[in-house]
Design a protein around this ligand. Sequence first.
Ligand SMILES: [Zn+2]
Length: 439
Amino acid sequence: MLFKNIKIIDGGFTAKSNMYVRTEGPVISYIGKKEPDKIDGEEVYDGRGRVMLPAFYNCHCHVPMTLLRGYGEGLDLHRWLTEKVFPFEGRLTAKDVYWSTKLGAMELIASGCASISDMYFFIGDMASSLDECGMKANISHGISSGTESDIRDMKGYKDTMELDKRVKRGEFGGKPGDGSDSRIKADMGLHAEYTSDEKLVRQVADAAYEAGMIVHVHASETKKEHAECRERHGGRTPVKYFSDCGLFKNQVQAAHCVYIEEEDAEIMKSAGAYMVHNPSSNMKLGSGVARIKELNEKGLNIALGTDGASSNNNLNMVEEMHMAAMISRGFTLDANAVSAGNILKMATRNGALCQGRKNCGKIEEGMRADLIVMDLDRPHMQPDFDTVSNIVFSAQSSDIVLNMIDGRVVYKNGEYLTIDRERVIFEANKSFERILGGL
Ligand SMILES: [Zn+2]
Protein backbone atom coordinates (compact mmCIF):
# COMPACT_ATOMS: atom_id res chain seq x y z
CA MET A 1 0.00 0.00 0.00
CA LEU A 2 1.32 3.47 -0.82
CA PHE A 3 0.28 6.37 1.41
CA LYS A 4 0.84 9.73 -0.26
CA ASN A 5 0.71 13.36 0.92
CA ILE A 6 0.38 12.20 4.50
CA LYS A 7 1.69 13.74 7.70
CA ILE A 8 3.59 11.23 9.84
CA ILE A 9 4.82 10.99 13.41
CA ASP A 10 8.29 9.65 12.67
CA GLY A 11 10.65 7.39 14.65
CA GLY A 12 11.83 10.37 16.73
CA PHE A 13 8.17 11.20 17.57
CA THR A 14 8.15 14.44 15.59
CA ALA A 15 5.66 15.37 12.90
CA LYS A 16 6.65 15.55 9.22
CA SER A 17 4.31 16.80 6.49
CA ASN A 18 3.71 15.62 2.93
CA MET A 19 5.37 12.23 3.14
CA TYR A 20 5.19 9.01 1.17
CA VAL A 21 5.01 5.77 3.12
CA ARG A 22 4.98 2.35 1.48
CA THR A 23 4.13 -0.94 3.15
CA GLU A 24 4.99 -4.26 1.54
CA GLY A 25 3.78 -7.43 3.22
CA PRO A 26 4.00 -6.89 6.98
CA VAL A 27 6.78 -4.26 6.77
CA ILE A 28 7.21 -0.50 6.18
CA SER A 29 9.50 -0.55 3.16
CA TYR A 30 9.83 3.14 2.27
CA ILE A 31 9.42 6.56 3.91
CA GLY A 32 10.39 9.74 2.10
CA LYS A 33 9.48 13.08 0.57
CA LYS A 34 10.01 11.71 -2.93
CA GLU A 35 7.35 9.67 -4.68
CA PRO A 36 8.72 6.14 -5.12
CA ASP A 37 8.47 4.21 -8.39
CA LYS A 38 5.04 2.73 -9.04
CA ILE A 39 4.27 -0.91 -8.32
CA ASP A 40 1.58 -2.45 -10.55
CA GLY A 41 -1.70 -3.08 -8.78
CA GLU A 42 -0.65 -1.32 -5.57
CA GLU A 43 -3.40 0.38 -3.56
CA VAL A 44 -2.78 4.11 -3.15
CA TYR A 45 -4.12 5.98 -0.11
CA ASP A 46 -4.47 9.75 -0.28
CA GLY A 47 -3.41 11.00 3.15
CA ARG A 48 -4.14 14.70 2.69
CA GLY A 49 -5.46 16.21 5.94
CA ARG A 50 -4.51 13.07 7.85
CA VAL A 51 -1.72 11.92 10.14
CA MET A 52 -0.12 8.48 10.37
CA LEU A 53 1.23 7.36 13.71
CA PRO A 54 2.31 4.05 15.22
CA ALA A 55 -0.61 1.93 16.42
CA PHE A 56 -1.02 1.54 20.19
CA TYR A 57 0.32 -1.27 22.38
CA ASN A 58 -2.02 -1.76 25.33
CA CYS A 59 0.23 -3.48 27.86
CA HIS A 60 -2.18 -4.44 30.60
CA CYS A 61 -5.60 -5.75 29.75
CA HIS A 62 -8.10 -8.46 30.62
CA VAL A 63 -10.00 -8.29 27.37
CA PRO A 64 -12.78 -10.84 28.12
CA MET A 65 -13.82 -8.61 31.04
CA THR A 66 -15.81 -6.63 28.47
CA LEU A 67 -18.64 -8.89 29.68
CA LEU A 68 -18.37 -7.36 33.16
CA ARG A 69 -18.59 -3.78 31.93
CA GLY A 70 -20.75 -1.83 34.37
CA TYR A 71 -21.10 -4.86 36.65
CA GLY A 72 -19.85 -4.20 40.18
CA GLU A 73 -19.70 -0.43 40.30
CA GLY A 74 -18.67 1.62 43.30
CA LEU A 75 -16.48 -0.98 45.02
CA ASP A 76 -12.78 -0.87 45.83
CA LEU A 77 -10.47 -3.46 44.27
CA HIS A 78 -10.75 -6.11 46.97
CA ARG A 79 -14.54 -6.00 47.38
CA TRP A 80 -15.01 -5.68 43.61
CA LEU A 81 -12.89 -8.82 43.05
CA THR A 82 -14.32 -11.04 45.79
CA GLU A 83 -18.00 -9.98 45.72
CA LYS A 84 -18.52 -9.43 42.01
CA VAL A 85 -15.71 -10.48 39.66
CA PHE A 86 -14.73 -13.93 40.99
CA PRO A 87 -18.34 -15.31 41.21
CA PHE A 88 -19.10 -14.03 37.66
CA GLU A 89 -15.86 -15.40 36.26
CA GLY A 90 -16.54 -18.79 37.85
CA ARG A 91 -19.38 -19.25 35.35
CA LEU A 92 -17.48 -18.24 32.20
CA THR A 93 -17.06 -20.89 29.51
CA ALA A 94 -14.48 -21.03 26.72
CA LYS A 95 -17.16 -19.85 24.30
CA ASP A 96 -18.00 -16.82 26.48
CA VAL A 97 -14.32 -15.89 26.52
CA TYR A 98 -14.05 -16.28 22.75
CA TRP A 99 -16.95 -13.87 22.06
CA SER A 100 -16.15 -11.36 24.80
CA THR A 101 -12.59 -11.23 23.44
CA LYS A 102 -13.97 -10.34 20.01
CA LEU A 103 -16.16 -7.66 21.57
CA GLY A 104 -13.03 -6.19 23.16
CA ALA A 105 -11.05 -6.57 19.94
CA MET A 106 -13.61 -4.43 18.09
CA GLU A 107 -13.21 -1.67 20.63
CA LEU A 108 -9.41 -1.98 20.62
CA ILE A 109 -9.13 -1.93 16.83
CA ALA A 110 -11.44 1.07 16.42
CA SER A 111 -9.43 2.99 19.01
CA GLY A 112 -6.12 2.32 17.25
CA CYS A 113 -4.66 -0.62 19.10
CA ALA A 114 -2.43 -3.17 17.33
CA SER A 115 -1.51 -5.35 20.27
CA ILE A 116 -2.39 -6.12 23.88
CA SER A 117 -0.67 -7.79 26.82
CA ASP A 118 -3.50 -9.70 28.36
CA MET A 119 -3.88 -11.81 31.49
CA TYR A 120 -6.91 -14.09 31.78
CA PHE A 121 -7.90 -17.74 31.32
CA PHE A 122 -9.12 -19.92 28.45
CA ILE A 123 -6.09 -18.37 26.80
CA GLY A 124 -6.11 -20.73 23.82
CA ASP A 125 -9.61 -19.52 22.90
CA MET A 126 -8.53 -15.91 23.39
CA ALA A 127 -5.58 -16.49 21.07
CA SER A 128 -7.79 -17.91 18.31
CA SER A 129 -10.30 -15.10 18.75
CA LEU A 130 -7.71 -12.31 18.58
CA ASP A 131 -5.88 -13.97 15.70
CA GLU A 132 -9.07 -14.14 13.65
CA CYS A 133 -9.47 -10.37 14.22
CA GLY A 134 -5.92 -9.83 12.91
CA MET A 135 -4.67 -8.47 16.23
CA LYS A 136 -1.38 -9.05 18.00
CA ALA A 137 -1.27 -10.10 21.64
CA ASN A 138 1.00 -11.33 24.40
CA ILE A 139 -1.34 -13.59 26.33
CA SER A 140 -0.78 -14.94 29.82
CA HIS A 141 -2.84 -16.97 32.24
CA GLY A 142 -3.07 -15.27 35.63
CA ILE A 143 -1.62 -18.14 37.68
CA SER A 144 -2.51 -18.15 41.37
CA SER A 145 -2.20 -20.66 44.23
CA GLY A 146 -4.90 -23.28 44.41
CA THR A 147 -5.15 -26.96 45.20
CA GLU A 148 -2.09 -28.12 43.23
CA SER A 149 1.30 -27.40 44.76
CA ASP A 150 3.43 -28.04 41.66
CA ILE A 151 3.11 -25.51 38.85
CA ARG A 152 3.44 -28.28 36.30
CA ASP A 153 0.08 -29.68 37.44
CA MET A 154 -1.66 -26.32 37.17
CA LYS A 155 -4.05 -25.58 34.31
CA GLY A 156 -2.63 -22.09 33.87
CA TYR A 157 0.88 -23.42 33.31
CA LYS A 158 -0.28 -26.21 30.99
CA ASP A 159 -2.40 -23.82 28.91
CA THR A 160 0.55 -21.40 28.67
CA MET A 161 2.90 -24.10 27.38
CA GLU A 162 0.24 -25.37 24.97
CA LEU A 163 -0.22 -21.86 23.54
CA ASP A 164 3.56 -21.49 23.25
CA LYS A 165 3.64 -24.66 21.15
CA ARG A 166 1.08 -23.20 18.75
CA VAL A 167 3.13 -19.96 18.57
CA LYS A 168 6.33 -21.85 17.75
CA ARG A 169 4.59 -23.94 15.10
CA GLY A 170 3.96 -20.67 13.26
CA GLU A 171 0.16 -20.83 13.68
CA PHE A 172 -0.07 -17.06 14.25
CA GLY A 173 2.32 -15.85 11.56
CA GLY A 174 6.08 -15.46 11.52
CA LYS A 175 8.40 -18.32 10.67
CA PRO A 176 8.00 -21.53 12.65
CA GLY A 177 10.76 -21.67 15.27
CA ASP A 178 11.31 -19.21 18.08
CA GLY A 179 8.02 -17.36 17.52
CA SER A 180 9.78 -13.98 17.33
CA ASP A 181 7.48 -12.49 14.66
CA SER A 182 4.36 -14.34 15.73
CA ARG A 183 1.33 -12.06 16.10
CA ILE A 184 0.34 -14.00 19.21
CA LYS A 185 2.88 -14.82 21.95
CA ALA A 186 2.60 -16.65 25.26
CA ASP A 187 3.78 -14.87 28.41
CA MET A 188 3.97 -16.39 31.89
CA GLY A 189 1.38 -14.78 34.16
CA LEU A 190 1.55 -14.49 37.92
CA HIS A 191 -1.68 -12.95 39.17
CA ALA A 192 -0.32 -11.11 42.22
CA GLU A 193 1.48 -11.41 45.55
CA TYR A 194 -1.81 -11.70 47.47
CA THR A 195 -3.09 -14.62 45.38
CA SER A 196 0.07 -16.77 45.47
CA ASP A 197 2.44 -18.32 47.99
CA GLU A 198 6.22 -18.07 47.89
CA LYS A 199 6.68 -21.53 46.42
CA LEU A 200 4.50 -20.60 43.45
CA VAL A 201 6.30 -17.30 42.83
CA ARG A 202 9.62 -19.18 42.71
CA GLN A 203 8.13 -21.79 40.38
CA VAL A 204 6.76 -19.10 38.04
CA ALA A 205 10.19 -17.44 38.02
CA ASP A 206 11.90 -20.72 37.08
CA ALA A 207 9.28 -21.82 34.56
CA ALA A 208 9.43 -18.49 32.71
CA TYR A 209 13.22 -18.65 32.71
CA GLU A 210 13.20 -22.15 31.27
CA ALA A 211 10.70 -21.17 28.57
CA GLY A 212 12.33 -17.79 27.84
CA MET A 213 9.06 -15.97 28.51
CA ILE A 214 8.14 -12.51 29.71
CA VAL A 215 6.45 -12.47 33.14
CA HIS A 216 3.26 -10.42 33.48
CA VAL A 217 2.25 -9.59 37.07
CA HIS A 218 0.15 -7.15 39.14
CA ALA A 219 2.26 -5.26 41.70
CA SER A 220 1.53 -2.66 44.38
CA GLU A 221 -1.84 -1.72 42.92
CA THR A 222 -3.40 -0.66 46.22
CA LYS A 223 -2.16 0.67 49.54
CA LYS A 224 -3.74 -2.34 51.30
CA GLU A 225 -1.95 -4.87 49.04
CA HIS A 226 1.38 -3.09 49.50
CA ALA A 227 1.06 -2.84 53.31
CA GLU A 228 -0.19 -6.42 53.78
CA CYS A 229 2.68 -7.76 51.69
CA ARG A 230 5.11 -5.97 54.01
CA GLU A 231 3.40 -7.65 56.99
CA ARG A 232 3.43 -11.09 55.37
CA HIS A 233 7.00 -10.98 54.11
CA GLY A 234 9.17 -9.43 56.80
CA GLY A 235 8.77 -5.82 55.75
CA ARG A 236 9.38 -6.47 52.07
CA THR A 237 7.40 -4.73 49.32
CA PRO A 238 5.84 -6.84 46.52
CA VAL A 239 8.65 -5.90 44.09
CA LYS A 240 11.41 -6.67 46.64
CA TYR A 241 9.75 -9.97 47.56
CA PHE A 242 9.33 -10.94 43.87
CA SER A 243 12.95 -10.01 43.33
CA ASP A 244 14.08 -12.24 46.23
CA CYS A 245 12.09 -15.07 44.63
CA GLY A 246 14.06 -14.67 41.39
CA LEU A 247 11.26 -13.21 39.27
CA PHE A 248 13.45 -10.47 37.80
CA LYS A 249 15.89 -12.88 36.19
CA ASN A 250 13.17 -12.74 33.53
CA GLN A 251 11.86 -9.83 31.49
CA VAL A 252 9.05 -8.56 33.74
CA GLN A 253 6.09 -6.27 33.12
CA ALA A 254 4.44 -5.16 36.32
CA ALA A 255 1.00 -3.59 36.09
CA HIS A 256 -0.13 -0.61 38.23
CA CYS A 257 2.94 -0.02 40.48
CA VAL A 258 1.01 2.73 42.27
CA TYR A 259 2.84 2.29 45.58
CA ILE A 260 6.31 1.18 44.44
CA GLU A 261 9.11 2.71 46.48
CA GLU A 262 12.58 3.98 45.63
CA GLU A 263 14.24 0.58 46.09
CA ASP A 264 11.52 -1.09 43.98
CA ALA A 265 12.13 1.34 41.13
CA GLU A 266 15.87 0.59 41.34
CA ILE A 267 15.26 -3.17 41.25
CA MET A 268 12.98 -2.81 38.23
CA LYS A 269 15.26 -0.38 36.44
CA SER A 270 18.37 -2.50 36.82
CA ALA A 271 16.44 -5.57 35.63
CA GLY A 272 15.18 -3.69 32.55
CA ALA A 273 11.61 -4.38 33.69
CA TYR A 274 8.58 -2.39 32.53
CA MET A 275 6.06 -0.70 34.71
CA VAL A 276 2.65 -0.60 33.07
CA HIS A 277 0.74 2.53 34.02
CA ASN A 278 -3.06 2.13 34.23
CA PRO A 279 -4.30 5.59 35.13
CA SER A 280 -8.03 5.13 34.40
CA SER A 281 -8.31 1.90 36.37
CA ASN A 282 -6.29 3.33 39.26
CA MET A 283 -8.61 6.34 39.36
CA LYS A 284 -11.86 4.41 38.95
CA LEU A 285 -11.19 1.84 41.67
CA GLY A 286 -9.85 4.56 43.95
CA SER A 287 -6.47 2.82 44.06
CA GLY A 288 -4.31 5.94 43.82
CA VAL A 289 -1.91 7.84 41.55
CA ALA A 290 1.29 6.26 40.22
CA ARG A 291 4.22 8.69 40.32
CA ILE A 292 5.12 8.55 36.64
CA LYS A 293 6.82 11.96 36.51
CA GLU A 294 9.37 10.88 39.10
CA LEU A 295 9.71 7.32 37.77
CA ASN A 296 10.08 8.54 34.19
CA GLU A 297 12.82 10.96 35.29
CA LYS A 298 14.56 8.09 37.09
CA GLY A 299 14.68 6.26 33.74
CA LEU A 300 12.25 3.45 34.57
CA ASN A 301 10.67 1.90 31.46
CA ILE A 302 6.98 2.85 31.40
CA ALA A 303 4.26 1.51 29.10
CA LEU A 304 0.51 2.20 29.21
CA GLY A 305 -2.48 -0.08 29.59
CA THR A 306 -6.22 0.21 30.00
CA ASP A 307 -6.71 -2.75 32.37
CA GLY A 308 -10.03 -4.57 31.87
CA ALA A 309 -13.31 -2.97 30.82
CA SER A 310 -14.77 -3.59 34.27
CA SER A 311 -12.37 -1.21 36.00
CA ASN A 312 -11.94 1.52 33.36
CA ASN A 313 -14.69 1.07 31.73
CA ASN A 314 -13.29 1.09 28.20
CA LEU A 315 -10.24 -0.16 26.28
CA ASN A 316 -9.43 3.15 24.65
CA MET A 317 -5.73 4.03 24.50
CA VAL A 318 -6.42 7.54 23.18
CA GLU A 319 -8.27 8.26 26.39
CA GLU A 320 -5.58 6.48 28.43
CA MET A 321 -2.88 8.79 27.02
CA HIS A 322 -5.00 11.82 27.85
CA MET A 323 -5.63 10.57 31.39
CA ALA A 324 -1.93 9.73 31.94
CA ALA A 325 -0.83 13.19 30.80
CA MET A 326 -3.48 14.97 32.86
CA ILE A 327 -3.00 13.23 36.20
CA SER A 328 0.80 13.35 35.98
CA ARG A 329 0.49 17.13 35.83
CA GLY A 330 -2.38 17.75 38.21
CA PHE A 331 -0.88 15.75 41.04
CA THR A 332 2.68 17.15 40.71
CA LEU A 333 1.69 20.78 40.08
CA ASP A 334 3.99 20.68 37.04
CA ALA A 335 2.53 21.69 33.65
CA ASN A 336 5.10 19.60 31.79
CA ALA A 337 5.48 16.67 34.20
CA VAL A 338 5.62 14.20 31.31
CA SER A 339 5.70 15.68 27.79
CA ALA A 340 3.07 14.80 25.18
CA GLY A 341 5.80 13.16 23.06
CA ASN A 342 6.81 11.02 25.99
CA ILE A 343 3.23 9.95 26.66
CA LEU A 344 2.77 9.00 22.99
CA LYS A 345 6.00 6.99 23.13
CA MET A 346 4.77 5.12 26.22
CA ALA A 347 1.61 4.13 24.35
CA THR A 348 3.48 2.96 21.24
CA ARG A 349 7.22 2.19 21.10
CA ASN A 350 7.62 1.47 24.84
CA GLY A 351 4.64 -0.87 24.66
CA ALA A 352 6.12 -2.77 21.73
CA LEU A 353 9.42 -3.16 23.58
CA CYS A 354 7.57 -4.21 26.74
CA GLN A 355 6.07 -7.05 24.67
CA GLY A 356 9.48 -8.03 23.30
CA ARG A 357 8.58 -6.77 19.81
CA LYS A 358 11.72 -4.86 18.88
CA ASN A 359 10.70 -4.28 15.25
CA CYS A 360 7.37 -2.66 16.16
CA GLY A 361 6.05 0.62 17.53
CA LYS A 362 7.69 3.23 15.27
CA ILE A 363 7.02 4.64 11.82
CA GLU A 364 10.41 3.79 10.34
CA GLU A 365 11.67 1.84 7.34
CA GLY A 366 12.12 -1.83 8.20
CA MET A 367 9.67 -1.74 11.10
CA ARG A 368 6.48 -3.81 11.10
CA ALA A 369 3.54 -1.94 9.56
CA ASP A 370 1.43 -1.51 12.72
CA LEU A 371 0.03 1.93 12.06
CA ILE A 372 -3.05 4.07 12.34
CA VAL A 373 -4.32 7.09 10.45
CA MET A 374 -6.17 9.93 12.19
CA ASP A 375 -8.31 12.50 10.43
CA LEU A 376 -7.06 16.02 11.15
CA ASP A 377 -9.98 17.64 9.36
CA ARG A 378 -12.03 17.86 12.55
CA PRO A 379 -12.85 21.00 14.54
CA HIS A 380 -11.04 19.81 17.67
CA MET A 381 -7.87 19.00 15.67
CA GLN A 382 -7.52 22.49 14.14
CA PRO A 383 -5.31 24.48 13.91
CA ASP A 384 -2.81 21.69 13.40
CA PHE A 385 0.04 23.65 15.00
CA ASP A 386 1.45 21.01 17.37
CA THR A 387 0.30 17.63 16.05
CA VAL A 388 1.76 15.54 18.88
CA SER A 389 0.07 17.73 21.49
CA ASN A 390 -3.21 17.52 19.54
CA ILE A 391 -2.97 13.71 19.47
CA VAL A 392 -2.49 13.48 23.25
CA PHE A 393 -4.71 16.33 24.45
CA SER A 394 -7.38 16.90 21.77
CA ALA A 395 -7.87 13.73 19.74
CA GLN A 396 -10.83 11.39 20.13
CA SER A 397 -10.56 7.73 19.20
CA SER A 398 -13.31 8.37 16.62
CA ASP A 399 -10.73 10.40 14.68
CA ILE A 400 -9.06 7.10 13.73
CA VAL A 401 -10.00 6.24 10.15
CA LEU A 402 -7.61 3.35 9.48
CA ASN A 403 -5.88 0.66 11.51
CA MET A 404 -3.26 -1.56 9.84
CA ILE A 405 -1.65 -4.45 11.72
CA ASP A 406 1.33 -6.25 10.19
CA GLY A 407 0.52 -4.60 6.86
CA ARG A 408 -3.12 -5.77 6.85
CA VAL A 409 -5.91 -3.20 7.06
CA VAL A 410 -8.32 -4.40 9.76
CA TYR A 411 -10.41 -1.24 10.09
CA LYS A 412 -11.24 1.51 7.63
CA ASN A 413 -13.69 4.44 7.83
CA GLY A 414 -15.69 2.84 10.62
CA GLU A 415 -15.89 -0.62 9.02
CA TYR A 416 -14.36 -3.78 10.48
CA LEU A 417 -12.70 -5.87 7.78
CA THR A 418 -12.02 -8.92 9.96
CA ILE A 419 -15.00 -8.99 12.35
CA ASP A 420 -18.75 -9.53 12.01
CA ARG A 421 -19.90 -6.66 14.23
CA GLU A 422 -23.58 -7.66 14.69
CA ARG A 423 -22.81 -11.31 15.44
CA VAL A 424 -20.21 -10.41 18.09
CA ILE A 425 -22.51 -7.98 19.92
CA PHE A 426 -25.34 -10.54 19.82
CA GLU A 427 -23.20 -13.45 21.11
CA ALA A 428 -21.53 -11.37 23.84
CA ASN A 429 -24.88 -10.19 25.20
CA LYS A 430 -26.22 -13.73 25.07
CA SER A 431 -23.29 -14.88 27.23
CA PHE A 432 -23.83 -12.01 29.65
CA GLU A 433 -27.55 -12.77 30.10
CA ARG A 434 -26.92 -16.48 30.66
CA ILE A 435 -24.24 -15.87 33.31
CA LEU A 436 -26.26 -13.20 35.06
CA GLY A 437 -29.31 -15.50 35.10
CA GLY A 438 -27.30 -18.17 36.94
CA LEU A 439 -25.89 -15.93 39.65
ZN1 LIG B 1 -5.19 -6.12 35.94
